[in-house]
Design a protein. Sequence first.
Length: 226
Amino acid sequence: MKIAVIGGTGDQGLGLAMRYAKAGEDVVVGSRKAENAENAVTEIENLLNQSNMKNLEGLSNPEATVAADILILTVPLQAQKTTLDSIKEYVDGKIIIDATAPLSSNIGGSPTEFIEVWEGSAAERTFSLLKGKDVAVVSAYSNISSSSLMNHKEDIDCDCLVCGDDEEAKLKAKELINKLPGVNAIDCGPLSRSRITEKITPLLIGLNIKNKTHYAGIRITGLDKK
Ligand SMILES: NC(=O)c1ccc[n+]([C@@H]2O[C@H](COP(=O)([O-])OP(=O)(O)OC[C@H]3O[C@@H](n4cnc5c(N)ncnc54)[C@H](OP(=O)(O)O)[C@@H]3O)[C@@H](O)[C@H]2O)c1
C-alpha cells in the first residue's frame, strides 16, 4: 500500500511522510512542484540520517496521486480547492485522509479560533469538492501537532480522532494511523463528527501558546472499561 502526502512539503505533511518512511511504508511526497517534493525527500533523509531511501520519493501532487492507494491531504484550507482540483481526475478507487483544520488564521485571523465551513467541516468540504468521484474521505491527523511528528526520536503522545462514512476505508486509515508510534486511532463515527474533531485543533494551539510548548495533544481514556 503506497501513501501519498499531498502538500507533503509543509510542516504537517513532512512530519507524516517522515514518520511513515521511517516505519518502512512506501511514501510519496507530493507538491505543486516536483522539485520541491524532491527537496522535501532530501530533508527527510537528512533528518533520519539515511540516504537514497528506497521507500521514499518526491513527485508532483497529480503524479503522487496516481502512484498511491491512500492520499493524505496536508494543505491549508485556502489551498484545499485548488489542490483537490489538481488531483481530482486521478482519485477514483482511492482513500483520501483529510488533515485540514479550518483555522481563523487561514483568513488572516488567529490560529486559536476556528472558522465555520459551509459544508460543516473541512473534511466534508473535501467530500463535496470530490463529488462524483469514487473516493472515500476520512478525517484524521488534524489534532496531531507537526512538532510531535517531526520529533521522530520520540513516540507521539496523543491519540488520533478518525471520522468517516466508509467503514472499510476508515479501517484502512486506522491501521495506518496506528503505525505512528504512541498513537491510538479512535473511531469517532461518521464524517460529520469531524465538525467536532477539527475544532479541537485551535484549542490545542491556544494551549501550546499559553504553556509555551508545541506538543499539546489529546488522549481518550476509559473506552475499554466495562
Ligand atoms: N502544522 C501543524 O502542526 C498542523 C497540525 C494539525 C493539522 N494541520 C493541518 O495540516 C494542513 C497543513 O498544515 P501545514 O502547517 O503543513 O501547512 P503549510 O506548511 O502552510 O502548507 C503545506 C503545503 O501546502 C501547500 N500550499 C500552501 N499554500 C498553498 C496555496 N495557497 N495553494 C496551493 N498549495 C499551497 C504547500 O506545498 P507546495 O508549495 O509544495 O505545493 C505547502 O508546503 C493544514 O490544513 C493544517 O490545518 C497542521
